[in-house]
Design a protein around this ligand. Structure first.
Ligand SMILES: [Zn+2]
Length: 161
C-alpha cells in the first residue's frame, strides 16, 4: 500500500553572518541566513510536512508550534526524527523523496551533492532515491527579490511488508 505526500515551506532570507544557514541538515558556508523560530531548515520542514501529509497526520505547525519557547532555534533534525518515528510506528517507509528549492540565493547547485548525501543518511534511503533540485522565479515576486526561499517536496511511502 502506497501513500503520497507533499510539503511546502518558506522562510525569510536575511544577511546575517552570525546565524548559521542550515539546508537539508547541513551547515552551509554563506553570508545568508534563514529567519525562523527553529533553525529554519526549509528542506527538512518540507519533508516533515510531506510525511505528515502522506499519513494524514496534520502539519508540522501542529506538532511544533513556533510559539513554543522550548523549540527556539531547535535543530530541525530533531523535528524530522519525531516525524519519522510517527511514520515508522504506522509501518511505513520511504520509496523516494523529491525536493525543489526555489529562490535566487543562496545558489543550491554547489551544495546539491552534500544535501543529497545528508538527506540520504537522515532518511535511511539510497542516494538514488533522493532528488534535490533548484529553480528560481526568474526574479519575479518576493522570492525573486531574494526576500526568502522556499522548498516543495513530494514523497512516496510504502507499507513495510
Ligand atoms: Zn519552516
Amino acid at each position: 500500500m502506497y501513500r503520497i505526500g507533499n510539503g511546502i515551506d518558506f522562510h525569510k532570507l536575511e544577511i546575517n553572518p552570525e546565524r548559521p544557514l542550515v539546508l537539508g541538515g547541513i551547515l552551509c558556508e554563506s553570508e545568508f541566513a534563514l529567519v525562523g523560530h527553529s533553525d529554519a531548515d526549509i528542506i527538512l520542514h518540507a519533508i516533515c510536512d510531506a510525511v505528515l501529509g502522506a499519513l494524514a497526520l496534520g502539519d508540522i505547525g501542529q506538532y511544533f508550534p513556533d510559539t513554543d519557547p522550548n523549540l527556539k532555534n531547535i535543530d530541525s533534525k530533531k523535528i524530522l526524527s519525531q516525524c519519522l518515528e510517527l511514520m515508522n510506528k504506522r509501518g511505513f517507509q520511504f520509496v523516494n523523496v523529491d525536493c525543489t528549492v526555489i529562490g535566487e540565493r543562496p545558489k543550491i547547485a554547489p551544495l546539491k551533492n552534500q544535501i543529497t548525501n545528508s538527506l540520504s543518511a537522515l532518511l535511511s534511503l539510497p542516494a538514488d532515491c533522493v532528488s534535490v533540485k533548484a529553480t528560481t522565479t526568474e526574479k519575479m515576486g518576493a522570492l525573486g527579490r531574494q526576500e526568502g526561499i522556499g522548498t516543495f517536496c513530494t514523497i512516496l511511502l510504502e507499507r513495510r511488508s
